[in-house]
Design a protein around this ligand. Structure first.
Ligand SMILES: [Zn+2]
Length: 343
């Protein structure tokens, strides 16, 4: 005698689980068709028929499990966002620490990754600029006014504006043949090229991941996960920015000490720091490139647990290296072509 068809698990039905339309956290494949096949109990684990991902049903049915305390993407309010930016930044130092914590069922909020770092950098910039302005006010100021358009403006005002625009340009007030004039010096040519190269190196990974059929098709990964891994490395640019601002702060402090003690120590300190910076730069490039490669390795192997993850990562590494070499050669050729015009 055939058994009468059994009702699906009553508890889940009352929770409205079938209306939740649960999706595979890795590939987004709809799993709701599986739930009516459960008869007497809800299994703890399931396997996605589309991408082969093994997951815990609780992770995709319980919305609270999609939130990870400490991950900046899940922060609420500005205060928590600022605190969790530092927490997340600490996890980023060692990529395995980040990807052991952050899993595919933790809902990606991509805009938060960029908004949080922008707010932190703006706050850091304003605080350091305020400190620099205090140091300018502390050191002895020349008396007098600036001629021509600035004759109603105190000598100090253009100088005080400088710390605010400093990573881009610098304002100086100079005296020439007895009259003072204000100059604006662009500073961006120094760092714009390495910063662009670093950004290209950072973005090459997600773009290559999405462009290569071998990684895109074989992984069947939702694009949000690729961009979560693609956007966090932009925080390295943020770190560079903060280090650059701290270097300016040290220089201002040195100039302040010089004006009080009457020496020229800050110029010596600045040239020594400059020399150290240029000698460390090749090492910094190797460290950053190695960190990005390790970051993607742990994303693919530990975070997303992709099948043949090591092979996919190796293919990606070769593709990114080839693309970087191609872009680098093109940029170099362009520079050689342009040099008669810009030098
Ligand atoms: Zn799946």
């Amino acid at each position: 005698m055939p058994e009468p068809p059994q009702e699906p698990v009553a508890g889940l039905m009352s929770l409205g689980a079938t209306e939740l339309s649960p999706k595979c956290a890795r590939c987004g494949y709809d799993q709701s068709g599986v739930i009516p096949t459960w008869t007497d109990a809800c299994p703890i684990r399931g396997t996605c028929s589309e991408c082969g991902f093994t997951f815990e049903w609780g992770d995709i049915l319980n919305g609270d499990r999609g939130k990870l305390p400490g991950l900046v993407e899940h922060s609420r309010g500005v205060g928590q966002m600022l605190r969790w930016t530092f927490t997340t930044a600490m996890w980023l130092v060692l990529p395995n620490r980040f990807w052991d914590r952050v899993h595919v069922h933790h809902a990606p909020r991509l805009s938060r990754i960029l908004v949080s770092i922008s707010v932190v950098l703006l706050a850091a910039h304003l605080m350091i600029a305020a400190a620099c302005i205090m140091l300018v006010l502390t050191r002895g100021a020349p008396v007098g006014t600036v001629p021509w358009r600035f004759n109603n403006v105190s000598y100090r005002y253009p100088e005080l504006l400088s710390p605010l625009i400093e990573p881009v340009a610098q304002i100086s007030v100079d005296t020439w043949r007895g009259s003072r004039f204000v100059s604006v010096w662009p500073l961006y040519p120094v760092w714009a090229v390495p910063a662009t190269a670093l950004l290209a190196c950072i973005l090459a990974w997600p773009l290559m991941f999405l462009a290569l059929p071998v990684t895109r098709h074989r992984s069947r990964l939702r694009w949000e996960h690729v961009w979560r891994a693609g956007l966090y490395p932009t925080w390295v640019l943020g770190l560079m920015f903060v280090l650059n601002r701290i270097a300016f702060l040290i220089r201002y402090a040195g100039e302040c000490v010089d004006s009080i003690l009457g020496g020229n120590g800050s110029a010596n300190l600045a040239s020594a720091a400059n020399g150290l910076f240029y000698s460390l730069r090749p090492i910094a490039w190797v460290v950053v490139a190695g960190w990005i490669a390790a970051w993607w390795y742990f994303a693919i192997v530990r975070g997303w647990r992709l099948e043949n993850g090591r092979t996919l990562w190796s293919v990606l590494l070769v593709a990114v290296a080839a693309a970087s070499a191609l872009v680098g050669t093109f940029a170099w050729m362009l520079l050689v072509r342009m040099s008669p015009f810009i030098l």
